[in-house]
Design a protein around this ligand. Structure first.
Ligand code: GDP
Ligand code: MN
Length: 377
């Protein structure tokens, strides 16, 4: 999970990494009595904001609300700006690059330090390899003082003690939060000492179960800042449902990827066109079935739905309950064709028959019927 700059900096603050003081401006916030000079930074998850015009300096001689409106109207690499971080401007004497991430090849964490950080780090890392240093270290021992002294010398930094505090704090955050990346670019040398001007924090989604409250809090904070996904994107609306919109008129729901793909092939063999591929993700229940049907039914081109189920762990009576529930909420009827077999198959089939929903033993027959319906015969 990638964090916004302001979220990363909140963590930095907790670990005493020096940052500028500032505040967040949300869309439609009234801004009054601001003191210049301020750096106004659009909060987006993509990098290269500065280059894309997403960072503006307000020196007090112009109308600040105009700059703010300008930033809110930006679209940075497809991301709309929904919040601006306003920071007290600091004088920057020098910019350094610093990050901690994993060297997966060597299975170690690695500290990366660049002599000249800033917006061109990717270029300078390519053109001037001597300016970038990689220090792999033992995760149990951490980064040792001598390594920090050595690297401070290499990047010509005098404030070794300030540098050490920041590196140690970064590694502590890296561990405490199960991060995969903590990046400060630039780490600036300022008249007030070293300061994190930017923050990039990426947390390991696979470790989210260890930080449930934190992930929930961060996600809630991000919810209002993110765009809703385009309906044509591959999206996962539920932890377990995979939904891939396609361009045809037959919706396919399966409780496993294999049977789902087989159903797509069969539809294609019968000259049908698939509207969407929706896979419930293995072990499932009536609620997930209901959600999947709602999702598939959202497509305007839809003419029929094919549901293919193999009850191993899944109970067909539960699947049938989800389908019946869906039928009940429908305003406009949509024909559903079902192939179900396995656990509690008889109960499931009986429930379907009671509701006059066609149920098949053969996947081929069910696919053919769904195609015929879509074709109108
Ligand atoms: P990015 O473009 O998304 O990486 O945004 P950054 O937060 O890294 O800012 C880009 C650049 O703007 C930095 O490398 C700095 O050169 C400049 N910048 C940002 N904040 C300040 C500030 O407070 N003072 C000065 N002098 N420059 C700043
Ligand atoms: Mn940056």
């Amino acid at each position: 999970m990638k964090l916004y700059e302001f979220q990363g900096k909140e963590i930095f603050k907790k670990y005493n990494i020096p940052i500028q003081s500032g505040f967040l401006i949300n869309e439609n916030d009234e801004v009054k009595n601001l003191t210049s000079p301020l750096v106004l930074k659009s909060q987006v998850l993509t990098g290269g904001r500065g280059k894309a015009g997403g960072i503006k300096l307000w020196e007090g001689d112009t109308d600040v609300s105009q700059i703010i409106n300008e930033l809110f109207s930006l679209n940075i690499k497809g991301e709309k700006v929904r919040a601006i971080l306003a920071l007290e401007k600091v004088d920057i004497l020098r910019e350094i690059y610093i990050s901690i991430t994993f060297n997966r090849g060597k299975s170690t964490p690695v500290l990366i330090v660049g002599t000249s950080g800033g917006m061109d780090i990717e270029k300078s890392a390519q053109s001037d390899k001597d300016n970038i240093h990689f220090i792999e270290f033992d995760p149990f021992i951490g980064i040792l003082d001598y390594q920090i002294r050595l690297i401070a010398k290499k990047v010509h930094l005098k404030d070794v003690s300030g540098f050490r505090k920041i590196i140690k704090a970064m590694y502590q955050i890296f561990k405490d939060y199960d991060a995969v990346l903590i990046e400060i670019n630039p780490l600036a040398v300022t008249p007030l000492g070293l300061m994190a001007i930017d923050s990039k924090v990426d947390l390991d989604d696979k470790a989210s179960f260890r930080h449930q409250a934190l992930f929930q809090e961060l996600e809630e904070e991000q919810e209002s800042l993110k765009d809703k996904k385009d309906s044509n994107d591959l999206e996962s609306t539920d932890d377990t449902i995979t939904f891939v919109p396609l361009s045809g008129d037959i919706g396919v729901i399966s409780d496993g990827a294999g049977t789902g793909l087989l159903a797509l092939d069969l539809i294609s063999d019968f000259d049908g066109k698939v509207a969407s591929f929706c896979e419930l993700g293995g072990i499932t229940n009536s609620e997930i079935m209901l959600k999947a049907l709602r999702l598939v039914n959202n497509q305007s081109s839809l003419k029929s739905i094919l549901v293919v189920l193999i009850g191993g762990f899944n109970r067909m009576d539960h699947m049938a309950e989800g389908i019946i529930q869906f039928k009940k909420e429908l305003k406009e009827d949509i024909p559903i064709f079902i192939r179900m077999c396995g656990t509690k198959e008889e109960v499931g089939k009986q429930l379907m028959k009671d509701e006059n929903i066609p149920v098949y033993n053969s996947l081929i027959d069910a696919a053919e019927a769904a195609v015929k319906e879509a074709r109108g015969n």
